[in-house]
Design a protein around this ligand. Structure first.
Ligand SMILES: [Fe+2]
Ligand SMILES: [Fe+2]
Length: 402
C-alpha cells in the first residue's frame, strides 16, 4: 500500500475534498440520521467536517489521507498535544447551526462532554486518539481503512502507546476489534437507543500468555453465585485501574482472576445475599470462600510457573479481599477497587436485580454510599469510575435518586 498523505493546514482544496469524503462516509450513519433528521440539512454535513478538520489541524492533530484522491481520511490526536477539539469548536462556526441544524450542534456538544469525561476515565495517558476514520463508500472494502490505521498503530506499538477511539456504530466495533481495540465502555445517547462505544487498544494488545493460561484454569470455578460476568467485569476494571494507577500487572491480573473462585466450594454460598441469615453465618461463608480461593489459586499459579514471591503476594491479597480493614499495598487496593466496582457496573446491577432485588433503585444505594465513604476505595480513579457508573445506571433506569 502506498504512503499516506499528510494534510497541511494551507491545503484548502484537499481539506474540502477530505470533508466531502468524510460526509459521504457518515451520510447514512445512524448517528447522522439521528442528529440531522432533515435530508436537506444532511447534504450540508461536509461543512461540519470541513470545520472539524480545520480546527483539528489547528489544535495539533495529524490528518492523513490515503492519497491526493482522498479515498479515505483519518485524524489522530496525541493526548499530550493540545486539547483535542474543545467544546467551542463544535459551535465556533456561526453558520453551522444554520446548515446542519441545532439538534446536530447540541447533540455534538453533549456527546463531546460525555465522551471527554469517559476518555479521561478510561484512556490511560499518554495515548493516541483516533478522532475520525472515514472511507468514501465507493472505496470501502478495498483496504483503505487498514492503510489509514496501520502506520499509526505500528508507531503506537513502537512507542508502547495505547490507542483510543469512540464509535456509535456497532458495525465498526467488529472492524476495530480486528485491529486490536476492545470496548472498554458502552453507553447510549440520551433519549435515544443510539449506542456509543469507547474502545481501547492497549499498549500490549492482549494478555500475556501466562495470564491467558490462568484465566483458562480458573474459568470452571467462576461466577457461581448467579453473578454471571463477575470475573470478566472485575478483570476489566482491574486492567483499567492497573493501567491508570500504574499497578503491577503480574500481581493484579492473576489476583482478580482468582479472587472469587473459592465460592465454587462453598455449598451455602447464596446465604450471603439472604437478609434473614445471621451475621455469623454470613461471616462464615465469606471467610471460607476466601480460604478456598487461596487453596484453589495456589496450584493454578504453580502450574503456570509463577514465581514463589509473586504467588505469596497474590495469595495474601486474595486471602482477605472481602474482609481486610485498610489496604496493604497498591496492588491490594486496586484489586479490591476493581471487585467493588462490580456492584455499580451494568452487569453487577443486573445480577443484583435478578437475584430478587425488587426495588430497581435499591442496588444503587449501598454502592453509592459505599463509594462516598472515606476509605472505601483505595484509588481516586476507582472513585471517579464509581460515580460515572452510578450516573449511567440512574440514567438507564430513569432513576433520579441520589
Ligand atoms: Fe469475594
Ligand atoms: Fe469478587
Amino acid at each position: 500500500m502506498q504512503e499516506l498523505f499528510k494534510l497541511s493546514p494551507d491545503n484548502i482544496p484537499l481539506i474540502k475534498k477530505a470533508s466531502i469524503t468524510a460526509a459521504e462516509a457518515f451520510m447514512d450513519d445512524p448517528s447522522t440520521l439521528y442528529s440531522i433528521p432533515d435530508e436537506g440539512k444532511r447534504a450540508n454535513l461536509h461543512y461540519a467536517f470541513e470545520y472539524y478538520i480545520r480546527t483539528s489541524i489547528a489544535r495539533g492533530a495529524e490528518v492523513y489521507l490515503t492519497s491526493a484522491n482522498c479515498e479515505g481520511v483519518a485524524i489522530w490526536f496525541y493526548s499530550e498535544a493540545r486539547s483535542p477539539y474543545g467544546l467551542l469548536s463544535r459551535i465556533g462556526n456561526p453558520l453551522l447551526p444554520l446548515r446542519c441544524g441545532w439538534r446536530f450542534i447540541l447533540g455534538s456538544m453533549y456527546e463531546y462532554r460525555l465522551t471527554d469525561r469517559i476518555k479521561k476515565l478510561y484512556a490511560p495517558r499518554p495515548y493516541e486518539y483516533l478522532a475520525l476514520l472515514a472511507v468514501n463508500p465507493v472505496n470501502q472494502k478495498k483496504g483503505y481503512a487498514s492503510a489509514l490505521l496501520n502506520p499509526m498503530l505500528k508507531k503506537a506499538d513502537e512507542q508502547r502507546l495505547p490507542c483510543y477511539l469512540e464509535t456509535q456504530n456497532m458495525k465498526n466495533v467488529k472492524m476495530y476489534n480486528y485491529f486490536g481495540f476492545e470496548v472498554v465502555y458502552e453507553t447510549s445517547m440520551p433519549k435515544s437507543n443510539l449506542p456509543e462505544f469507547m474502545m481501547l487498544r492497549r499498549q500490549v494488545s492482549s494478555f500475556k500468555p501466562v495470564h491467558d493460561r490462568i484465566w483458562e484454569l480458573a474459568f470452571p470455578y467462576q461466577d457461581k453465585r448467579n453473578d454471571t460476568g463477575h470475573a470478566e467485569v472485575t478483570l476489566h476494571f482491574a486492567r483499567i485501574l492497573q493501567a491508570l494507577e500504574k499497578g503491577d500487572e503480574d500481581v493484579i491480573v492473576p489476583a482478580i482472576m482468582l479472587h472469587d473462585i473459592g465460592w465454587s466450594q462453598v455449598p451455602d454460598r447464596m446465604l450471603v445475599f439472604d437478609r434473614n441469615a445471621s451475621k455469623e453465618d454470613r461471616k462464615r461463608v465469606v471467610t471460607s470462600h476466601q480460604q478456598y480461593s487461596v487453596e484453589l489459586a495456589r496450584p493454578i499459579l504453580e502450574k503456570v510457573g509463577y514465581s514463589p514471591a509473586l504467588i505469596e503476594e497474590i495469595l495474601e491479597i486474595i486471602s482477605q479481599h472481602d474482609t481486610r480493614k485498610g489496604f496493604i499495598s497498591k496492588n491490594d487496593g486496586l484489586v479490591r477497587d476493581a471487585d467493588k466496582l462490580w456492584r455499580v457496573s451494568k452487569r453487577g446491577v443486573a445480577a443484583a436485580i435478578n437475584r430478587g432485588k425488587k426495588d430497581i433503585k435499591e442496588p444503587f444505594r449501598f454502592p453509592g454510599h459505599g463509594g462516598n465513604r472515606k476509605g472505601y476505595y483505595y484509588s481516586e480513579s476507582a472513585k471517579r469510575i464509581d460515580s460515572k457508573e452510578i450516573e449511567d445506571r440512574k440514567r438507564e433506569t430513569g432513576s433520579n435518586e441520589q
